[in-house]
Write a protein that binds this ligand. Structure first.
Ligand SMILES: O=C(CO)COP(=O)(O)O
Length: 251
């Protein structure tokens, strides 16, 4: 695998009404040829905005992603959406196994794994999230927890093209706290080693994102860490200015 191309992905979570289509327009206006040459951008809006943003995104080379999907393609599952439906909007990716899904909807590694398979079935890139809680880090269990999440959530058949892994320490999400650069480097080295052990050459090409309180102020330091191939950004992705400022760390 040649050099991995950086990826900055925005997770809008449960934020965004129709007015946010204009904010996306500002993101695409700022994604100029200099940025396009260096970094991929993906925006994951709430499901209600996916179709609208996918249309605005046409020709911009910004990818649109979902934030979750059901394991089945269709059926009697009130309130759920399938990976096929996400792909049908024009989206190219879906975030899976986010800690907010794990903690608030009881999602397990096995369910995340089934959802990754659903994403692949629909031709979507799976952006799989892993990460330890504060108690697990304090107990020196962070590496073991994340290793086990990765093993349990990634199905056979992962490639550089169909999988992105985001390391998101739960305690760093939305808190303004971040691990030390040494701790991020240690975790990303572990993820890389595990992916290579299991998928060889393809594992070397899987992009590894860091997520959790990434802001314009800390982006350059975090994105310079070995084996950090980009960021999964929550709060700072809601404004074009801060989202683009993070991507600008690659210029
Ligand atoms: O959960 C996150 C992205 O998926 C990170 O959120 P924040 O950037 O708001 O900490």
């Amino acid at each position: 695998m040649s050099k991995r191309r950086p990826l900055v992905a925005g997770n809008w979570k449960m934020h965004g009404l129709k007015a946010s289509i204009a904010e996306f327009g500002r993101i695409s206006a700022g994604y100029d040829s200099a940025l396009r040459a260096k970094v991929d951008l993906v925006v994951c809006p709430p499901a209600t905005l996916m179709s609208a943003l996918a249309i605005v995104a046409l020709g911009t080379r910004i990818g649109i992603g979902g934030q979750d999907c059901h394991t089945k393609a269709a059926g009697a599952y009130t309130g759920d959406i399938s990976a096929e439906m996400i792909a049908d909007t024009g989206a190219c990716a879906v975030i899976l196994g986010h800690s907010e899904r794990r903690s608030e909807h009881g999602e397990t590694d096995a369910l995340a794994r089934a959802k990754v398979e659903a994403a692949w079935r629909a031709g979507l890139v799976a952006i799989l999230c892993v990460g330890e809680t504060h108690a697990e880090r304090e107990a020196f269990r962070a590496l073991d927890v994340v290793r086990s999440q990765l093993a349990g959530s990634v199905p056979d058949g992962a490639t550089a093209a169909n999988l992105v892994v985001a390391y998101e320490p739960v305690w760093a999400i939305g808190t303004g706290l971040t691990p030390t650069t040494a701790d991020i480097a240690e975790m990303h080295a572990l993820l890389r080693a595990e992916l290579i052990a299991r998928f060889g050459h393809e594992g070397r090409g899987v992009r590894l994102l860091y997520g959790g309180s990434v802001k314009p102020e800390n982006a350059a330091d975090i994105l310079a860490i070995a084996d950090v191939d980009g960021a999964l950004v929550g709060g700072a992705s809601l404004k074009a200015e801060s989202f683009l400022a993070i991507a600008h760390a690659y210029l």
